[in-house]
Ligand binder design. Structure first.
Ligand code: UDX
Length: 444
């Protein structure tokens, strides 16, 4: 099949590369010439495990191509994926200008049947706007060209994006006509050989499904984070509670980990956008508003613990920070809890030396104007001269550090762990104070 993918961000590039991997002929369009240059040279502009191999393999096989030419992109694919960004507007609603510009380009240039697929996370009703934008362009040109608009939201996780695309647990397709449905079935047949994964529905339900999924997951996390704060007050242990409730199949074990708040490109943005969509429809979403508020508060939980230990004026204090990315296996720092933590510590007069396996370049860009933040090339180097260690991302390489070396290096032997990585008994045995999330009792 000939497929065009508009936008080479996480979703676009992963989708394009994985669709080429199963034998399709894929052309990816991006208007950023620098991105396209990197891709044509065999590099990838993002950090995503396994993606570089899939991209280079398919470029070499002649199935994956890149362009900055809108004309070429529209001409190329019968299938046209729109996978451009939908950044939040000031009020939290998704900004659709890039999606609609892509739709207009298709309408302006198409000469034969196209299936236009919304892959970006877009508010309910966007497919209708896309359909309208294409129709307007066709009217301007005074031509009739058939097309379908489909909603096919993506559920991939950063850090596991290739695996998620190649082995999806479901493929949500919202389509209103038979021709588009048949084409979508054929497109996804290679990804559902073991059992039927296609969940077919109308376009608006598909659009809402994406928000519902992310909002539900964010709700679980905020719920556990609030309970963790309560567990500390009550002398209970959130890790025990998590195991106790997660074994109920109605609840399930995933996404119950308390921490220093969720971040990333999806949960914060999608929660805000759904609240905004509901408000425009005249409905307040009380539960989801609380999810959002709880998460904002949770990003300050480590700062609260640090100021309780060192006082609210942190002048002269120095902190080692392990982890900058919003989660492991990505260099993405969008809405990362580390950003709030760094800003708060620096605002209170502290200095910070951070280490992250892949996100330090991103941090240098974001905190270019912050002289109080420096970087270490190795995790232990970040501890030199530090009063305490703060951990915000659960990278594998932080799992089993040398606790006695940490004890010897830190001035005040305190470890603040926003991801509950360690057995508290182990740290206590090494003479370290351990402040994690929701550990109201000392465990053995
Ligand atoms: C998420 C969804 O999982 C994915 O389906 C959707 O397509 C995009 O949004 P992603 O943002 O890549 O994916 O990351 P995810 O692994 O879901 O983690 C999001 C945030 O929640 C991270 O900050 C993570 O640390 C946090 N989290 C996750 C918790 O705090 N506790 C948990 O139990 C799980």
């Amino acid at each position: 099949m000939k497929i065009t993918v508009v936008g080479t961000g996480y979703v676009g590039l992963v989708s394009g590369a994985c669709l080429a991997e199963v034998g399709n002929d894929v052309l990816c369009l991006d208007l950023n010439p620098e991105k396209i240059r990197i891709l044509k040279d065999g590099g990838i502009p993002i950090h995503e495990p396994g993606l570089d191999q899939v991209v280079s393999r398919n470029v070499a096989a002649g199935r994956l191509h890149f362009t900055t030419s809108i004309e070429e992109a529209v001409r190329f694919g019968t299938v046209q994926f729109i996978a451009v960004g939908t950044p939040p507007d000031e009020d939290g609603s998704a900004d659709l200008q890039y999606v609609l510009a892509a739709a207009r380009n298709i309408g302006r240039l198409m000469t034969d049947y196209k299936v236009v697929i919304d892959k970006s996370t877009v508010p309910v009703g966007t497919a209708d706007k896309v359909r309208g934008a294409i129709a307007e362009e066709l009217v301007k040109r005074d031509v009739v060209v058939p097309y379908s608009v489909v909603s096919n939201p993506e559920f991939l996780k950063e850090g596991a994006a290739v695996e998620d695309f190649m082995r999806p647990d479901r493929i949500v397709v919202g389509a209103d006509d038979e021709q588009a449905i048949n084409l979508m079935r054929a497109l996804y047949a290679p990804f559902q050989r073991s059992h039927e994964k296609l969940v077919l529905m109308d376009v608006r339900s598909a659009e809402l499904t994406k928000y519902a999924a992310n909002a539900m997951l964010a709700t679980r996390i905020s719920f556990m984070n609030e309970l963790a704060v309560l567990a500390e007050k009550l002398g209970a242990d959130i890790e025990h509670v998590r195991q106790g409730i997660g074994s109920d199949p109605r609840i399930g074990r995933h996404f119950l980990y308390a921490g220093c708040g969720y971040g990333g490109s999806c949960f914060p943005k999608d929660v805000k956008a759904l609240i905004q969509t509901a408000a425009s429809a005249g409905q307040g979403l009380k539960v989801l508003q609380a999810v959002e508020d709880a998460n904002e508060a949770q990003k300050l939980v480590l700062v609260d613990k640090i100021t309780r230990r060192f006082g609210s004026d942190l002048s002269g204090k120095h902190f080692a920070l392990w982890g900058l990315a919003f989660k492991p296996n990505t260099d993405d720092m969008r809405e990362a809890p580390s950003r709030v933590l760094i800003s708060e510590l620096c605002k209170r007069g502290a200095t910070v030396t951070a280490y992250d396996p892949v996100a330090m370049d991103e941090a240098r860009r974001i905190f270019a104007e912050e002289p109080r933040l420096s970087y270490a090339v190795r995790p232990m180097q970040a501890l030199d001269g530090a009063d305490a260690l703060v951990i915000v991302t659960e990278w594998l390489e932080f799992r089993s550090p040398d606790f006695s070396a940490i004890r010897k290096t830190l001035k005040s032997p305190a470890v603040f762990d926003g991801r509950n990585m360690y057995d508290p008994a182990l740290l206590l045995a090494n003479g370290l104070e351990y402040e994690a999330i929701g550990l109201g009792i000392k465990r053995n």
